[in-house]
Design a protein around this ligand. Structure first.
Ligand SMILES: *Cc1c(COP(=O)(O)O)cnc(C)c1O
Length: 362
C-alpha cells in the first residue's frame, strides 16, 4: 500500500511470464507497443466523467524503457537549451527536483514556490510572468506531489501559461490513470508504469504536443539515451533506438486493458471514494493529513502527520500485519506516514485492512 510501486494484479504478472516477441525484429511487438501508446493517450485525454476532455485533442505518446525519473530527465534534456529560462513551479520535493535538472542541462531555473502544505496558485504564477524582465521558454510542475500527498489544480495555471505562450512540462507520474490530468493543455505530460497503472517499475510514458515537438526539433545540444526526438517516428519507421523492455511493455498493455475495461469514469470515482475513506478513517484515529486543506489532498496517496514516528509505525504495520506503507521523504522522512491507494490498491477492502492495521499498531 505504498504510493508506488503498487501491487501488480495477477493478470499483469501472468502476461509478463509469457514468451515475448523480439522487439527489434518481430512486428507483433510493434502492435503491442502501439496498443500501449494508444491506451496512454486515451487515459491522458479522459476527464472525470470518463469521456474525452476535448474530443478533437490528440497527443503523440512515447514509452521509454526506464522508470519515472527517466521521463522527467528526458523531457528536460530534450526541451532545454543552455540559457533557456525555465519557470519551475514547486510545492514539494519533485517540483524542486525539476529545477536541478534544468540547471544540469544549462537552463536558467527560476523557482516559483509555495509552502509544501499548500498547492500551486495561478495568481502567483501570473504575477511572476507579468513582472518578469524576460519571457520564459518553459515551465515545469508536478500534478501530485507524492511525498506530501498534495494534488495541484493545474488547469488555471496552464491557462495562464498559455496566455504567455509558455510551454509546459508536467510530472503526472503519480496521478495519471488515477485521477483526470488536463493533458489537452499540457505540452509534455509524464507518467510511469508502477504508479496508478499497477504494472511493475520499468517504463515511463510521455504524451507530447506538436508545440513541444517543435521545441525538441530546435534543440541543438542532443543526448542519445535521453533524446525524445529519436522516439518520434518509432512506430512509422518500425525502429527503436534501443532494445525495448518487451516483457514490461506486454505487462503494461494488460494493465492498461484492465483500466479501460473497468472504464475510466469508474476508476477515477474509485480513487476519490477510497481516498475519502482513508482520510475519514485517519480522522477517527486522531491523525491529520499533511496538506492543510482537505481539498488539496490527492485521491491517489494520503500523507498523515505522525511527528517522529513514521519509521516505527511503518515497521510495526509490516511486522504485525504484513502491509507495506511508506514514510515521508527528505526532511519529513519520519514525520509523515504515507498510504498509497493508487491503481489496483485503490479499493475499499484494502484501505480498510490497512487502516485496521494502523489502528491496531497505534
Ligand atoms: C514515483 C514518482 C516519480 C518517479 O520516480 P521513480 O523513481 O520512477 O519511482 C516521479 N515523480 C513523482 C511525483 C512520483 O511520485
Amino acid at each position: 500500500m505504498t504510493p508506488g510501486p503498487t501491487e501488480v494484479p495477477a493478470a499483469v504478472r501472468d502476461r509478463m511470464a509469457e514468451p515475448t516477441a523480439n522487439p527489434d525484429i518481430e512486428s507483433s511487438f510493434l502492435e503491442c507497443y502501439r496498443s500501449v501508446t494508444d491506451a496512454v493517450e486515451t487515459i491522458a485525454l479522459t476527464g472525470a466523467d470518463g469521456d474525452p476532455t476535448h474530443p478533437d485533442a490528440s497527443r503523440d505518446v512515447v514509452v521509454l524503457g526506464g522508470e519515472g525519473i527517466l521521463g522527467l530527465e528526458a523531457a528536460v534534456a530534450s526541451l532545454v537549451e543552455p540559457g533557456d529560462r525555465v519557470l519551475c513551479l514547486s510545492n514539494g520535493l519533485y517540483g524542486d527536483g525539476f529545477a536541478d535538472f534544468v540547471a544540469d542541462y544549462g537552463g536558467e531555473p527560476v523557482t516559483c514556490e509555495v509552502p509544501w502544505r499548500e498547492t500551486l496558485d495561478a495568481d502567483t504564477v501570473r504575477a511572476m510572468l507579468e513582472d518578469a524582465d524576460e519571457p520564459f521558454d518553459l515551465a515545469t510542475m508536478v500534478h501530485c506531489e507524492t511525498p506530501t500527498g498534495t494534488l495541484n489544480d493545474l488547469e488555471p495555471i496552464l491557462d495562464v501559461l498559455e496566455a504567455f505562450d509558455v510551454c509546459s512540462v508536467v510530472d503526472a507520474v503519480s496521478s495519471l490513470g488515477g485521477t483526470p490530468v488536463p493533458t489537452d493543455s499540457i505540452d509534455v505530460c509524464l507518467g510511469a508504469s508502477q504508479k496508478c497503472f499497477s504494472a511493475p517499475p520499468g517504463l515511463t510514458t510521455c504524451a507530447i504536443s506538436d508545440r513541444a515537438w517543435d521545441r525538441i526539433d530546435a534543440v541543438e545540444n542532443r543526448s542519445y539515451y535521453l533524446d525524445l526526438e529519436a522516439w518520434r517516428t518509432v512506430v512509422d519507421d518500425e525502429w527503436f533506438p534501443y532494445t525495448h523492455l518487451s516483457a514490461n511493455v506486454a505487462g503494461l498493455e494488460t494493465a492498461l486493458e484492465l483500466l479501460l475495461e473497468e472504464g475510466l469514469g469508474s476508476v477515477f470515482d474509485r480513487h476519490e471514494r477510497v481516498a475519502a475513506r482513508c482520510r475519514d478513517r485517519a480522522t477517527d484515529l486522531g491523525l491529520e493529513t499533511f496538506p492543510a486543506d482537505e481539498a488539496d489532498c490527492s485521491p491517489t496517496v494520503t500523507a498523515l502527520e505522525v511527528d517522529g514516528r513514521a519509521a516505527e509505525l511503518q515497521q510495526a504495520v509490516l511486522a504485525e500485519h504484513d502491509i507495506v506503507l511508506a514514510t515521508g521523504l527528505g526532511d519529513l522522512a519520519d514525520d509523515v506516514l504515507r498510504i498509497g491507494h493508487m491503481g489496483h490498491n485503490a479499493r475499499d477492502d484494502r484501505v480498510d485492512r490497512t487502516m485496521d492495521a494502523l489502528a491496531d499498531v497505534l
